[in-house]
Design a protein around this ligand. Structure first.
Ligand code: FES
Length: 287
């Protein structure tokens, strides 16, 4: 029975790729002439295999049953990898989502964070997770919607639902960053409050840079608006904040506290100021 081991040993993509890598590392030590020769040989064999597979696929496409079988077998990781290597199949949805995430990673990594793809549920759903400093960042909602979601939807328009999995914070410092996708953020930051002193879901009025603003902490997020109603400019200090809706105490104009969008007259909205949180400091950049 011991003689059958080599026959029954499982062939995996990982093992096959490892074999190729170890041979490539040996070839890398050869002199240039030998390397050029072996590279040309590899290319010639690749060309031969690609042409044979392309003809095979063209032949199979003539039969609906054979096409169905082909589509099924493309789900096999070894088959898919070889066909992708020869560019005979388009990138999978997962691959395209990863490419989209790669396009925003440099920006996220520049702020100590990252993003990972948790799962894909074809045809329309993907779950991602912000990690590192991006997790728990007060601006992570903005990071997700402005950066990550936009990149995924641009490259994979069939994805219509993006779910944010609970993040993992890998930084020891309780530093939260303003979203790298927030605009006009690099100047004139003014201290407005200590993050841990802001009550959840309540309005706090502050003088910042000689102007009266309102702050609201919403879970890990902080928003800031000019303390002036978009109706007649009356102060919003006495407004009621309930279920995410701020209601002006004067004539009951309603606003979404998360965005400042007016629900009473959709054409207007509260004047927004950019916010960033560094460690425990909430800073505002007046617009
Ligand atoms: S001033 Fe706010 S509703 Fe009129």
């Amino acid at each position: 029975m011991a003689g059958n081991n080599s026959v029954t040993a499982e062939v995996t993509l990982e093992k096959l790729l490892k074999d190729i890598e170890s041979l490539e590392s040996i070839i890398a030590g050869w002199d240039e002439h030998e390397r050029i020769t072996i590279t040309a040989l590899k290319r010639a064999i690749d060309d031969l295999n690609k042409e044979a597979m392309a003809r095979l696929i063209r032949g199979l496409k003539k039969s609906p049953e054979a096409m169905a079988a082909l589509k099924e077998v493309i789900g096999d990781e070894i088959v898919y990898s070889v066909l992708r290597h020869h560019e005979l199949v388009k990138p999978s949805l997962q691959e395209r989502i990863e490419q989209a995430l790669d396009s925003v990673r440099p920006m996220l990594q520049g702020h100590g964070g990252n993003v990972e793809l948790v799962s894909v549920e074809p045809p329309s759903k993907a779950t991602v997770r912000l990690i590192g400093a991006c997790s728990g960042c007060p601006a992570s909602e903005l990071t997700l919607s402005e950066g990550v979601e936009k990149a995924i939807k641009e490259q994979c328009p069939e994805i219509t639902e993006i779910i944010k999995a609970k993040g993992i914070c890998t930084t020891d410092t309780p530093v939260n960053f303003v979203s790298p996708f927030a605009r006009g953020i690099e100047k004139n930051w003014i201290f407005a409050a200590n993050f841990d002193e802001l009550p959840e879901n309540e309005l706090v009025v502050r003088e910042v840079g000689g102007q009266s603003v309102i702050l609201a902490k919403l879970e890990n997020n902080v928003v800031c608006y000019q303390n002036a109603c978009a109706h007649l400019g009356m102060p919003l200090d006495m407004s009621e904040l309930k279920d995410g809706v701020l209601t002006c105490s004067y004539h009951a104009f309603e606003y979404l506290i998360k965005s400042g969008e007016c629900l009473t007259v959709p054409e207007v909205q509260l004047q927004t100021h950019a916010v960033r949180v560094i460690a425990n400091k909430v800073e505002v950049s007046l617009s």
